[in-house]
Design a protein around this ligand. Structure first.
Ligand SMILES: Nc1nc2c(c(=O)[nH]1)N[C@H]1C(S)=C(S)[C@@H](COP(=O)(O)OP(=O)(O)OC[C@H]3O[C@@H](n4cnc5c(=O)[nH]c(N)nc54)[C@H](O)[C@@H]3O)O[C@H]1N2
Ligand SMILES: Nc1nc2c(c(=O)[nH]1)N[C@H]1C(S)=C(S)[C@@H](COP(=O)(O)OP(=O)(O)OC[C@H]3O[C@@H](n4cnc5c(=O)[nH]c(N)nc54)[C@H](O)[C@@H]3O)O[C@H]1N2
Ligand code: SF4
Ligand SMILES: [Mo]
Length: 725
């Protein structure tokens, strides 16, 4: 018997509303839901294979404990929690709470928002402040720059009303990430282009998105800061900015104007690898349109100076007044999240909470930041002896060994830990080094909501929900018979019970959202997953109970939310002339000389059919491509005397990896473009044809990093490409 259920695909952060077909209770197909008002039938290849990760032979059905000989044996999850709670209690008793750290990765709150909220509640209750997340190895400059620039208390121009979009190193047609709404981005972009949207893309690769742009600036990687400065320069010089908005709401115009003066399009053209006229055209197209934003992606954020990059992005949006004004209707009011209070006014910058505050890191003079603690420094926190050394790590929904930069150091750190717990659905690269692997339910086995997408709206301009949409899914299927699985949140709750900790469970709040005190959980009677979702959505604009009744995702435009006028006594202003940022911009005038023996640049890219380290082992998803090719322009392949399919060694100043050459004439010359999170540990290197190679190994966390966030260079890495001897 087949039947069809509505659910939320949780194979990535996009959370598409999809249909899952069950045959005698077993999921056999996932496809788009043509009736979903936002996703309109969309389901990417990862989504079409979503159910296969559940039935994969590699899926864990029981938690695992590492044995003295390095092998793994099944352990009942309750016993694993007993042992882990005892170990953590003993370590904290001996060393204090700082010995305990958590790392939350991409999947930490994807299945259910309850998971991330519970891990935060638990860590807080232990007294440790060492909570790390994948933000700080992604685009941390977004939050740090916002703290220096201030926030606007209403959203930026919505994609639906935009007549221009400037993307800097983002490829939303593949990543479903910032810029073009994550809901069916291909179709959404086509409709917008047909309606007259001007798309400008800055990317050294003629990416899937760049191919559809009116103007593609195929610049050199790592030169986005001088390029953006030249665009700002042109806009100020030609008086193309929103004078009224800037006069009323913004500080720092004169300072910014002076700071960008040395970056005229003519001066930077050669350095960034473009014609000055094209830079001017981009500036005029962007500023000459009335609505639409600039958004940056991982490419430029990983190429150094994430904070300054994002500060220029915000300044460009603010200069051109790309924020909603009083009386305008908010397209994407919080629906299940904490209610939005939209006002046409600034929240002043809060530089004291941008970086250099809170918990201090014992290396490289780093500390907490607006984006969280620097994950790129966690390996050193584990390796460096002394007071406060981290000896226990709980990693959930992330995969440090595959994803963290400087893989060799990460592996040393994982080995040095006294306790490594990996919460996962499979024996991932990190699970293979863990003392305990906690096997968790597949998202199809748990209830979920569209809260994750709403939370992403607080991340940066051009991200997250773009409409008043909500979706709730119950668990569609039970876990496989005979399995011993829990939800991620149950692990943290279970540890708290065993450690006699009282948990306070709270939704995430952003600027402009109402902050709530949270719920003291009953520590004797565990809540249900649905009760937790009720707590997270308490007071929401649309009650979760109502959303539960709909079959599938729905739009909930009413009650409408409008941008309120500015408070009469509000004096806060946005700042586009932060002194530290202007100093960093001046420092950009000095270019670092190129090393001739590392003449190529390794740049990052994403591929549609895998998400970071997941999806490689599902044959119908990987299409038999079991490695990450080393893409290069065919003229570079020829010039280096190489050929397609040949194995090469790619060497950076830090380490080297294997690569299999593939042709990509969409690339600028001089680049090697490879996807991250492939490959294994060094002892598995010979198997590169079957597992790929880990580009994270080429990064160095301690020689080339941003001083505020510790974010190392993860794109635009100087490399040498040599035939394998
Ligand atoms: N299918 C799929 N979707 C994903 C992911 C995935 O792995 N697979 N990962 C998810 C995650 S964790 C994230 S953070 C988002 C990221 O989403 P995006 O930021 O959109 O990431 P990419 O698709 O890698 O696009 C980055 C682009 O930057 C370009 N680039 C590289 N270096 C530079 C540079 O120095 N300057 C400029 N201007 N461009 C440069 C690359 O050529 C590439 O086209 O995607 C998410 N979505
Ligand atoms: N060189 C290089 N390095 C990079 C990047 C790059 O572009 N280049 N990108 C960086 C970016 S943007 C990011 S965000 C990070 C990503 O870093 P991470 O988030 O650490 O890496 P992922 O591979 O996304 O980890 C997902 C893990 O969750 C597991 N998982 C899957 N489903 C579930 C579930 O339902 N519950 C639980 N508990 N676990 C589940 C998967 O098996 C996997 O182990 O990588 C960064 N690293
Ligand atoms: S974009 Fe693909 S993987 Fe992501 S939620 Fe949608 S269907 Fe699932
Ligand atoms: Mo990411």
């Amino acid at each position: 018997m087949t039947d069809t259920h509505h659910t939320i695909c949780r194979a990535c952060h996009a959370g598409c509303g999809v249909l899952v077909e069950l045959d005698n209770g077993e999921p056999v197909a996932v496809k788009g839901d043509p009736d979903d008002p936002l996703f309109k039938g969309f389901c990417c290849i990862k989504g079409q294979n979503f159910h296969k990760t559940r039935s994969s032979p590699k899926r864990l059905l029981h938690s695992q404990k590492r044995q003295a000989d390095g092998s793994y044996r099944t352990i009942p999850v309750a016993q694993a929690m007993d042992e882990i709670a005892d170990k953590i209690t003993a370590l904290i008793g001996k060393q204090g709470p700082r010995t305990l750290a958590t790392y939350s990765g991409t999947m930490a709150a994807n299945a259910s928002a309850a998971n991330g909220a519970m891990s935060s509640a638990w860590l807080k209750a232990t007294g440790s402040r060492m909570g790390f997340n994948s933000n700080t190895i992604d685009q941390p400059g977004k939050m740090v720059a916002a703290a220096l620039h201030g926030h606007w208390m209403a959203p930026s121009n919505n994609f639906a009303e935009a007549d221009v979009l400037l993307l800097v190193g983002a490829n939303p047609l593949v990543s479903m990430s910032g810029g073009v709404p994550h809901s069916n981005p291909g179709r959404t972009l086509t409709d917008a282009l047909n309606a007259g949207l001007t798309l400008i893309v800055i990317d050294p690769r003629r990416s899937e998105t760049a191919r559809r742009a009116r103007l593609h600036l195929q610049s050199k990687p790592g030169e986005d800061i001088p390029l953006l400065a030249a665009i700002v320069h042109t806009i100020i010089n030609e008086q193309l900015f929103d004078n009224a908005f800037v006069a009323e709401e913004v500080d720092g115009l004169a300072t910014l104007s002076d700071a960008v003066a040395p970056f005229s399009p003519h001066k930077v053209a050669e350095r960034v690898g473009l014609d000055a006229a094209d830079i001017e055209t981009a500036a005029r197209l962007f500023a000459g349109s009335s609505k639409g934003v600039v958004t940056a992606g991982t490419g430029p954020n990983m190429s150094g100076n994430t904070t300054l990059l994002e500060y220029l992005v915000l300044s460009l949006n603010t200069l051109c007044g790309r924020w909603q004004r009083a009386g305008e209707r908010v397209h994407e009011p919080a629906t299940l999240g904490q209610p939005t209070l939209a006002k046409a006014q600034a929240i002043a910058p809060y530089p004291d909470y941008a970086y250099d505050f809170g918990e201090r890191i014992r290396v490289r003079n780093l500390s907490n930041t607006a984006a969280g603690l620097p994950t790129a420094a966690l390996a050193d926190e584990i390796l460096k002896p002394g007071e406060g050394q981290v000896k226990a790590l709980i990693s959930h929904g992330g995969n440090p060994v595959a994803a963290w930069p400087d893989q060799l150091k990460t592996i040393d750190a994982m080995r040095a830990l006294e306790l490594l717990v990996q919460i996962d659905v499979t024996m991932s690269a990190t699970a293979k080094m863990a003392d305990y692997v906690i096997a968790v339910k597949h998202p199809l086995e748990t209830p979920g909501t569209s809260l994750a997408q709403e939370y992403l709206s607080g991340y940066a301009v051009g991200f997250g929900a773009t409409a008043a949409y909500a979706h709730y899914t119950p668990a569609i299927v039970s876990p496989p018979a005979g399995s011993d699985l829990i939800e991620d949140w149950e692990f943290f709750y279970g540890l708290a019970q065993r450690m006699n900790l009282q948990l306070t469970f709270k939704p995430i709040s952003f600027n402009g959202t109402v902050r709530v005190p949270g719920h003291k959980l009953d520590m004797h009677k565990p809540p249900s997953s649905d009760e937790l979702l009720d707590m997270l959505t308490e007071g929401s604009r649309i009650p979760l109970a109502q959303v539960r009744q709909a079959r599938g995702g729905r739009l909930y435009p009413d009650p409408a939310v409008y941008v309120l006028p500015k408070d009469p006594d509000c004096t806060a202003r946005l700042d586009i002339g932060n002194a530290q940022m202007m100093q960093d911009l001046a420092d950009q005038l000095e270019q670092t000389p190129r090393q001739n023996n590392l003449a190529m640049r390794m740049v990052c890219r994403r591929q549609i059919n895998v998400l970071n380290s997941t999806g490689m082992d599902i044959p119908s998803q990987s299409h038999g491509k079991t490695y990450n090719p080393a893409y290069m322009h065919s003229k570079d392949i020829d010039a280096l005397g190489l050929h397609t399919g040949q194995t090469v060694v790619i060497r950076s100043a830090r380490a080297s990896i294997r690569g299999i050459v593939a042709k990509d004439d969409n690339l600028r010359r001089g680049l090697v473009s490879m996807t991250h999170c492939w490959g294994g540990r060094p002892e598995e290197d010979e198997d590169y044809v079957n597992i790929g190679a880990n580009t994270g190994r080429l990064s160095s966390v301690d020689s080339d990093y941003e001083k505020y966030t510790g974010m190392p260079r993860m794109s635009n890495i100087p490399v040498q490409v040599l035939p394998l001897a």
